[in-house]
Design a protein around this ligand. Sequence first.
Ligand code: PGA
Length: 252
Amino acid sequence: MRKKIIAGNWKMYKTAAEAAELIAALKKDIGGVTAVDVVVCPPFVHLSSAVEQSRSCSIAVGAQNIYWEEFGAFTGEVSGPMLTSIGVKYVIVGHSERRQFFGETNETVNKRARAVLKAGLKPIVCVGEVLAERESGRTFDVIRDHVTGSLAGFTKEDMLKVIIAYEPVWAIGTGKTASAQQAQEVHKFIREVLLKMFDKATADATRLQYGGSVKPENIAELVAQPDIDGALVGGASLKADSFAAIVRNSMS
Ligand code: PGA
């Protein structure tokens, strides 16, 4: 049985005071939830305080990126051991915005995901096709490419810690959710790719999140699909009431 996981990707939003306010409200509302894993991923500058604030509740904290070297002259970067040292538990890697705006490729996503594991953390590896790829019938090819490229060299043991987020790029921040059936179709395909790369036990055990305009109104139908184990939520994770409602509705 795969435990559901709902993660909030705050992207580049929230000042320190706003971040503290959001976490305080979430803590009050869903800080005792253990039936699903709940993760918030604030910008780097708020990670330490988010970890401190959520210490006495069930909400875990994730980062939105990582650099693959552990230390060195890499101005502006943040490493795995640094994240581990402050109590972060998850790291998003390969988000489509990083692929689109910051030159991320399957190869660099792979390096980052390995760095996450090396630091003892759990990677949330994002994959997903853009609209033109979907419209030209290349969705499955792109997804196969993203999954095999991002997880190249991973062992079955590594996979115990990996979460894959399927995020069709055309559904991110657009209000256009993939239908539950469209999402399920790709999630099922990801399990087939994992089966070929690893084995059935690994394919069955890996948690797969859907991301792209997830809201309190559509989460229940999404997680009711046999291969969808939760969500990576952007916009709707920026308000306590909508994120808490998504968490609650994912359990019903
Ligand atoms: P969205 O973003 O929920 O605002 O569509 C999802 C994501 O980018 O992770």
